[in-house]
Design a protein around this ligand. Structure first.
Ligand code: ATP
Ligand code: MG
Length: 564
């Protein structure tokens, strides 16, 4: 059986909500709540980003506030408009709406430059001619003071002149940097004169060739928050150590006692059996191990969408896992549970036979067809019912038959009776094998008194099988997806590459699967429960004459069982 997870209960405030409510009580920042989601457009969004999106946009909804979408586009080497577009599509699909137009850190490059000049004039920043490696070396270790740069005490005029010339493109990449002048002895390494600007002669996807100096993350982020009126700047735990620098930069430009944003850190999402870093995901894409960022095996939002996950299931998952202050790993089974739970409510039940074997019902009149009425979704009576044609020749699943079944095999075997779902009870009388011992045909008789919904429907047999009529079924392709990795923590092995743990069976493609006729008109994205098999959705690769179904998730979690 699947894992049991408690029903959603009314939960108490998480620690970020507690901070916000305290701020509201104190009328801080005029009691506004304004968050932002700040992706770097250097890859597609993954399920970890979904957690951050649900948190930031969710808090804005909860407190009648606003949430900005801000592209953190300070690193032109890795960024691309393809990523910008996919990020917007994914956020919309999750069901969130950002405040106004999408924003870009690059919109603030002029203002950031002006503030850099302010810092230089205040004696708080200087141009350093040393190479970055030497600068890193001089920072030293937290337990001992670092070494001050020989350029640290340059005069204001010289610094202003050099920064301007850096901006004007007079120096090659790496020749100079602008550094904040803070404290080379601080136990917090981020305060040891951090770099604010680097020279990078590189075209930017928005600013073109206007700039050849680009701000570092720490210099750009807090000031962008400030410019946008952000009140609560929520980020993941690895930025906790950056917070003093975030505050130091704001101290230089914000007047004491006025509005200022506050950085709050929470634990990032880690999922078992999953790699989440964009660098590793890009490697999977570029090496062709998966078929693009939206491959249904990828932990990207676009991958989950293509696989058949719903926005609701991802939002419910984010709700369930909650917000923590300490790093942890969430069982990927919980995500799968959340998608099953939602699909169970919304997915119509249909008949599809993936590995067919033919059954002839020898006492059923040749040429006769009966339309069997089948309920679409017992969880949702409003979905009504549909008719499925039944005839003398049907397909069942090959593994629903055994020549010599054990007692507890409640499916088809010689002399045994089963119910064909929504139709009749049949009894297996005989079967035919080819020269290789493969079963090619099964012969049954049916009991006309046992039609489902009729007066004889009450007779009970142990097994119920799904089926489709040979003459009425059509062929489709089915892609059976499974977890991409076989190891719980593929990226967590010191001497092994994460790609060593790929699951060789993460994709199995089946052709000539037999589908009930009502599926003929299914459209890309439509979701179904294939009875007794799992949840499936129509892949965008489908054409009118060739439907492709992706397995979203099997009906039950087989991984927990395997591992026990
Ligand atoms: P990665 O480490 O996967 O490359 P990133 O942190 O570099 O991701 P960004 O585009 O900078 O990616 O992230 C945008 C926002 O999403 C940031 O606020 C970041 O903290 C958050 N975020 C990224 N990964 C996770 C995660 N696993 N769980 C929760 N939030 C995350
Ligand atoms: Mg980042």
């Amino acid at each position: 059986m699947g894992m049991d997870y408690p029903e959603n209960e009314k939960r108490s405030l998480n620690f970020i909500e507690a901070i916000i409510e305290e701020d509201l009580r104190n009328n801080k920042n005029e009691s506004r709540v304004h968050t932002r989601f700040p992706p770097e457009p250097n890859g597609y969004l993954h399920i970890g980003h979904a957690k951050s999106i649900c948190l930031n946009f969710g808090l804005a909804e909860e407190y009648n506030g606003l949430c900005n979408l801000r592209f953190d586009d300070t690193n032109p080497e890795k960024e691309d408009t393809e990523y910008v577009d996919s990020i917007m599509e994914d956020i919309r699909w999750l069901g969130f709406k950002w405040n106004g137009e999408p924003l870009y850190a690059s919109d603030y490059f002029d203002q950031l430059y002006k503030w850099a000049v302010v810092l230089i004039k205040a004696g708080k920043a200087y141009v350093d001619d040393q190479p970055q490696e030497l600068i890193s070396e001089q920072r030293g270790v937290p337990t001992r003071p670092g070494v001050e740069s020989p350029y640290r005490n340059r005069g204001v005029e010289e610094n202003l002149d050099l920064l301007e010339r850096m901006k004007n493109g007079e120096f090659p990449n790496g020749a100079k940097v602008l550094r904040a002048k803070i404290d080379m002895a601080s136990p917090n390494m981020h305060l040891r004169d951090p770099i604010m600007y680097r020279i990078l002669h590189q075209e930017h996807h928005r600013t073109g060739n206007k700039w050849c100096i680009y701000p570092m993350y720490d210099w750009a982020h807090g000031q962008s928050d400030y410019l946008e009126g952000i009140t609560h700047s929520i980020c993941t735990l690895e930025f906790e150590i950056h917070r003093p620098l975030y505050d130091w930069f704001l101290d230089q430009i914000v007047e004491e006692g006025t509005y200022r944003p506050r950085q709050i850190e929470f634990a990032r999402l880690n999922l078992s059996y999953t790699v989440m870093s964009k660098r590793k995901l890009l490697e999977l894409v570029e090496s062709g191990i998966v078929n693009g960022w939206d491959d249904p095996r990828m932990p990207t939002i676009s991958g989950y969408r293509r696989r058949g996950y719903t926005p609701e299931s991802i939002r419910n998952f984010a709700d369930r896992i909650g917000i923590a202050k300490r790093d942890n790993v969430i069982d990927v089974g919980l995500l799968e549970f959340s998608v099953r739970e939602h699909l169970n409510q919304i997915a119509p039940r249909v008949f599809a036979v993936l590995d067919p074997v033919k059954v002839v019902i020898t006492n059923y009149p040749e040429g006769q067809v009966e339309e069997m009425e089948i309920i679409n979704n017992p969880e949702n009576p409003e979905d009504g019912s549909r008719k499925i044609p039944f005839s003398r020749e049907i397909y069942i699943e090959r593994n629903d038959f055994m020549e010599d079944p054990p007692k507890k095999f409640f499916r088809m075997g010689p002399g045994r009776e089963v119910r064909l779902k929504g139709a009749y009870i049949v009894k297996c009388e005989d079967y035919i094998k080819d020269e290789n011992g493969k079963i090619t045909e099964i012969h049954c008789t049916y009991d006309p008194e046992t039609k489902s919904g009729g007066s004889g429907a009450g007779r009970k047999v142990k097994g119920t099988l799904h089926w489709v009529s040979v003459a009425h079924a059509f062929d489709a392709e089915v892609r059976l997806y499974d977890r991409l990795f076989m190891d719980e923590d593929p990226a967590g092995h010191k001497d092994k590459d994460f790609k060593e743990f790929l699951n060789p069976e993460s994709l199995k493609v089946l052709q000539h699967c037999k589908m009930e006729p009502s599926l003929k008109n299914a459209k890309a994205g439509d979701k179904f429960q294939f009875q007794r098999l799992g949840y499936f959705c129509v892949d965008p690769d489908s054409t009118d004459n060739h439907l492709v179904f992706n397995r979203t998730v099997p009906l039950r979690d087989s991984w927990t069982k395997k591992n026990k």
